[in-house]
Design a binder for this molecule. Structure first.
Ligand code: DX5
Ligand code: ZN
Length: 227
């Protein structure tokens, strides 16, 4: 039985009221805060640094899931660990030494994960499963909120699920499978059926006035999925 987690992306929140937006969405039933870091180099957009993470940390006890869309990765990963991140994921293309970067995140006391762009092969997983707490499959090209879900991501989610199940059956442990980009009430069940357990949703939640209603509607859809 899979546990489903909803992770609102604060990229679509009102930045002038960020602390309140964080506590509101958790009060509305979300499980995790998804924190998108863009550097205007690895992706063509610029968002929040570690100081923002530190600033929102007191506003909720929910895990902060830092998604680094940056190159290089290591110094920022360390800074986010210090700033209160619980989970830190990065794109393999952003790091020259993937194994070292994963180790650095774990040594800093955080959960670590790799992120796969729509065209990035899952073969990056081949030799690092033992260091992963999370695999994040992008269902849009990273850089912006509010884009449409790319349907062929479903195939990749299924393949990632197979890899996780095969690995954990043999070695134990837990690896979360997160999906990010274009997830909404009307496709979350399909994404879950493909094998995801953690759902990032930015515009679908923060774009609506009633966060609780959207999250309840997502949970109702998830309840229909056999996990
Ligand atoms: C995209 C970011 C996403 C984004 C998702 O590069 O990684 O987390 O905020 O936004 P929506 O849910 O609106 O596609
Ligand atoms: Zn993200």
């Amino acid at each position: 039985m899979r546990t489903f987690r909803i992770a609102p992306s604060i990229l679509s929140a009102d930045f002038a009221r960020l602390g309140q937006e964080v506590s509101d969405v958790i009060a509305a039933g979300a499980d995790i805060i998804h924190f998108d870091v863009m550097d205007n180099h690895y992706v063509p957009n610029l968002t929040m640094g570690p100081m923002f993470c530190e600033a929102i940390r007191p506003h909720s006890s929910a895990p902060i899931d830092v998604h680094l869309m940056v190159k290089p990765v290591d110094a920022l990963a360390a800074a986010f660990a210090k700033a209160g991140a619980d989970i830190i994921t990065f794109h393999p293309e952003g790091s020259e030494h993937i194994d070292r970067t994963l180790g650095l995140i774990k040594d800093a006391g955080c959960k670590a994960g790799l992120v796969f762009n729509p065209a990035t092969p899952l073969s990056y997983l081949d030799h690092v499963m033992d260091k992963l707490d999370m695999i994040l499959i992008m269902s849009v090209n990273p850089g912006f909120g509010g884009q449409s879900f790319i349907p062929h991501a479903l195939e990749k989610i299924k393949l990632a699920r197979q890899r996780i199940d095969a690995y954990t059956a043999k070695h134990g442990g837990e690896i979360w499978l997160e999906v990010d980009g274009g997830v909404k009430v009307d496709n979350i069940a399909q994404v879950a059926a493909a094998g995801a357990d953690t759902f990032v949703a930015g515009s679908a939640i923060y774009g609506q006035p009633d966060y609780q209603a959207v999250i309840a509607a997502m949970r109702a859809e998830l309840a229909r999925v056999e996990a």
